[in-house]
Design a protein around this ligand. Structure first.
Ligand SMILES: CC(=O)SCCNC(=O)CCNC(=O)[C@H](O)C(C)(C)COP(=O)(O)OP(=O)(O)OC[C@H]1O[C@@H](n2cnc3c(N)ncnc32)[C@H](O)[C@@H]1OP(=O)(O)O
Ligand SMILES: O=CC(=O)O
Ligand SMILES: [Mg+2]
Length: 322
């Protein structure tokens, strides 16, 4: 029941934003990977209600299927983006710019009859890579067309260069034909890169996971959390979503249909959190009028920072639309 109420709330907010004509923000709570060489899975992905579908040319596709993946993706794009009951983001994850595949991947999707909404670029390690991507994009699409760009940070070197990567991306986007929208924490590649393996509590990636959020927020980007590869364990997935959300993540990568609704539910505030936030904000306003900066609400001392936290909760839904 709670999830139905939250889903309705979410829909209402999206509709309101559209009516008011504000710049429409695409929420990406679940970013679902679909192997690009699997037409059956691609068709299925359009039935799953995921906020973001990433047709994958990269690690979900075997080396000897790269060509097949880009051709399959192109044939789906040629048919046009399927209209679903609500808006979603349709993207293509190309291969890393360090590989011999990425230019063909980009060409295949940018010369299709209909463009994807978004290009997801994995394993970006330096701002030079962003320049290279921007130049290549400019060969195919005009200045009146803007694609969303999702950047993957998944190595030690990428973390060292993260601020430069974001600064250059922001600056190039002012004149280029892309708009940076998200940073993704590629935890699995990150672990491989620094020579460790993932554990259930994810303590080994804590610093990197937090750093990604910090920089994403500084550049007004959405932060997409790591994949939960034990895809049949939905309780574990929910706990990891809540952990990520508490850190400031706005969404999570998913690999299986069963993960979509768990993640999308987890990345909305619960009705009780919304009620708490709205009650607190009302009470704050009344106390301000009485000249009281600090007061008690439901047993807790409230002042300006707590009010701002309540505002964050109340705005979370609005954040998805502004
Ligand atoms: C670290 C990273 O880079 S993560 C990104 C790269 N990895 C990926 O993209 C992996 C994506 N996921 C998958 O390929 C699959 O989910 C697997 C291999 C993990 C499991 O696949 P299956 O054994 O087919 O799972 P399962 O049988 O439970 O699937 C149930 C249904 O969902 C479909 N399905 C499974 N995964 C997906 C998906 N990612 N997208 C769309 N549909 C899917 C199956 O085709 C099947 O459909 P059906 O019931 O109509 O026959
Ligand atoms: O691309 C994602 C990852 O975890 O690696
Ligand atoms: Mg990766």
């Amino acid at each position: 029941m709670n999830s139905i109420i939250r889903q309705r709330l979410f829909q209402q907010i999206v509709s309101l934003a559209k009516i008011s004509g504000r710049n429409y923000y695409i929420p990406r709570r679940a970013l679902l990977y679909v192997p690009g060489d699997d037409p059956k899975k691609i068709s299925k992905s359009f039935t799953l209600d995921a906020d973001c579908i990433a047709l994958d040319c990269e690690d979900g596709v075997a080396i000897n299927r790269k060509e097949n993946a880009r051709e399959t993706i192109r044939s789906f794009l040629d048919k046009g983006k399927p209209t679903l009951s609500r808006d979603y983001d349709l993207g293509v994850r190309i291969n890393s710019l360090e590989t011999p595949y990425w230019q063909e991947d980009l060409k295949a999707c940018l010369t299709a009859k209909f463009l994807p909404d978004t290009i997801l670029v994995p394993k970006i390690e330096t701002d030079e890579t962003v320049r290279l991507f921007s130049d290549e994009l400019g060969k195919y699409i005009g200045t009146n067309q803007i694609l969303n760009l999702i950047i993957y940070i998944e190595s030690a070197k990428a973390f060292i260069n993260l601020v430069d990567i974001c600064k250059t991306t922001e600056s190039l986007s002012k004149t280029g034909n892309f708009r940076p929208v998200c940073l993704v924490f590629g935890s699995d590649d990150f672990c491989a890169n620094i020579g460790i393996t993932r554990t259930e509590d994810a303590n080994e990636v804590l610093y990197a996971r937090q750093k990604l959020v910090l920089v994403a927020k500084a550049f007004h980007l959405q932060a997409i959390d790591m994949v939960y590869i034990k895809y049949k364990d939905l309780e574990g997935l929910k706990m990891q979503c809540q952990q990520g959300m508490r850190m400031g993540y706005t969404g999570k990568q998913v690999i299986h249909p069963g993960q979509v609704s768990v993640v999308q539910d987890a990345f909305l505030p619960s009705p009780s959190q919304i009620e708490w936030a709205l009650g607190l904000l009302k009470s704050f306003e009344e106390h301000q009028k009485q000249g009281k900066g600090a007061f008690t609400y439901k047993g807790n001392m409230i002042d300006m920072p707590t009010m701002k936290q309540a505002e964050n909760t109340a705005k979370l839904a609005r954040l998805k639309t502004s």
